[in-house]
Design a protein around this ligand. Structure first.
Ligand code: HEM
Length: 416
């Protein structure tokens, strides 16, 4: 009788299998960390069977994000099965080349210059009293007697109110924008199907129409808000076009959906699951800013970034050829033991390498200080106002089956 011989699995096949689990199965999407860990053990840079390149180590991800020959190419990253000629017929796609997030120099430099004034540290710190007031108002409404759904009642409304107020959106318009904005943002997930794109288009068309109306009304009667300032903003003779203004509104308002929301959600969940760390924060509130960095590292709201090479690029000792699509797995980089000792441990006193959740290089998040400010005020206030926070009995906490923007749908909390 012949002995059973297990077929040999190559490193490459094993990594492809892990990536398939990561991106295509609900289990992988919900808990990517064990797969990241194994991929990192196997290889720093991987060329997948589907032709993409994946980079997972902290230094390599940072290098890729800062690499001037690794560019944005929305046409390659989103729905590559849609031809360029058909691109304009999709509301969710046609806006992308108009926004700085998906532009390259010199267009990117120009757009960033025209909007950057609103996000200087000084401008953001000036928003502190307003944000503190919003946090207090939301906390007032949380039901101190029983419990609340932290996502629905706090983590979703706060960022929408903060960026909405900044842009000059009436508060009463915010709820109607939430669904369409979330629907559009599913575009960022890899493996988009035609059905999913149709849902993204519907959401995108709604917000485009909404912002077109708002731009018109601010042109007629400017206010003290950021949108009026963006309409008036000039760099020499240069101004933002109508399409660019609508793109900018979508980008700025969309940034609260679901990045900042998921920072608030994933961060709170990490605290609830690590009561010793929550106790440390309660004892010493000066730890809150560092704790927010640890929340971003431990369970980042943004898990990956995409680039396309414009010339050969050397990363992790491997030459990635010209024209390659490369994915930076930021969530994996945050668990790199060479940068974060004992990376699976949630430790609010950690002071290791800076997080990559806000990217690195020229696309470094313009709203990073605003997101940090919102989170710092939110956690300081909630921990002070609610001395006993815990996950509600019987609550089933599920991560949405999404990877680019990672977060939970609902987080029921008891405060007794
Ligand atoms: C926790 C919250 C946030 C996270 C994790 C986050 C993450 C990111 C990331 C990863 C990028 C760059 C993507 C890349 O390199 O491909 C980015 C860009 C950007 N973010 Fe954020 N963001 C957050 C909140 C915000 C907020 C609140 C705003 C503004 C209201 C904002 C505005 C922007 C803009 C305008 C860009 C484009 C910058 C550029 O391309 O030069 N973000 N963000």
């Amino acid at each position: 009788m012949e002995a059973d011989i297990a077929p040999e699995v190559s490193v490459s096949d094993e990594v492809d299998g892990l990536l398939a689990e990561l991106f295509l199965t609900p289990e992988g999407l919900r808990d990517p960390y064990p797969r990241y860990e194994r991929i990192q053990e196997l290889t720093p840079v991987h060329h997948t069977a589907l032709g993409h390149w994946m980079v997972t180590g902290y230094d390599d991800v940072n290098t890729l994000l800062r690499e001037q020959h690794a560019l944005k190419d929305p046409y390659r990253v989103f729905a590559p099965w849609v031809g360029k000629d058909e691109w304009e017929s999709h509301a969710a796609l046609r806006r992308l080349p108009n926004i700085m997030l998906w532009a390259n120099p010199p267009d990117h430099t120009r757009l960033r210059k025209l909007a950057g004034f609103a996000f200087t540290n000084r401008a953001v710190q000036a928003m502190r009293p307003q944000i503190a007031q919003m946090v207090d108002n939301l906390a007032d409404k949380l039901d101190a007697a029983g419990g609340f759904d932290y996502m629905k009642d706090f983590a979703f409304p706060l960022p929408a109110m903060a960026t909405g107020r900044m842009l000059g959106l009436p508060d009463e318009d915010l709820p109607s924008l939430q669904g369409p904005m979330r629907a559009f943002q599913d575009i960022y997930e890899l493996g988009l199907t035609p059905e999913a794109l149709a849902a993204c288009d519907e959401g995108a068309q709604f917000t485009d129409d909404y912002f077109a109306g708002l731009v018109e009304s601010r042109r007629r009667s400017p206010g003290e808000d950021l949108l009026s300032a963006l309409i008036a903003a000039k760099d020499g003779q240069d101004k933002l076009s109508q399409g660019e203004l609508i793109g900018m509104c979508n980008l700025l308002f969309g940034a609260g959906f679901e990045t900042t929301t998921n920072l608030l959600g994933n961060g709170m969940l990490a605290l609830l699951r690590h009561p010793d760390q929550m106790a440390k924060l309660r004892d010493d509130p000066t730890l809150v800013p560092g704790a927010v960095e640890e929340m971003l590292r431990y369970d980042s709201p943004t898990q990956l970034g995409n680039r396309v090479t414009d010339g050969p690029v050397r990363i992790g000792g491997v030459e990635i050829p010209d024209g390659s699509s490369v994915v930076a797995l930021v969530g994996a980089a945050h668990r790199d033991p060479r940068r974060y000792p004992d990376p699976a441990r949630f430790d609010v006193t950690r002071n290791d390498a800076p997080v990559l959740s806000f990217s690195s290089g020229i696309h470094y998040c313009l709203g990073a200080s605003l997101a940090r400010l919102e989170a710092q005020i939110a956690f300081s206030t909630l921990l002070t106002r609610f001395p006993r926070l815990r996950v509600a009995d019987g609550a089933d906490i599920e991560f949405r089956p999404r990877l680019t923007l990672r977060g939970v749908e609902s987080l029921p909390i008891s405060v007794d």
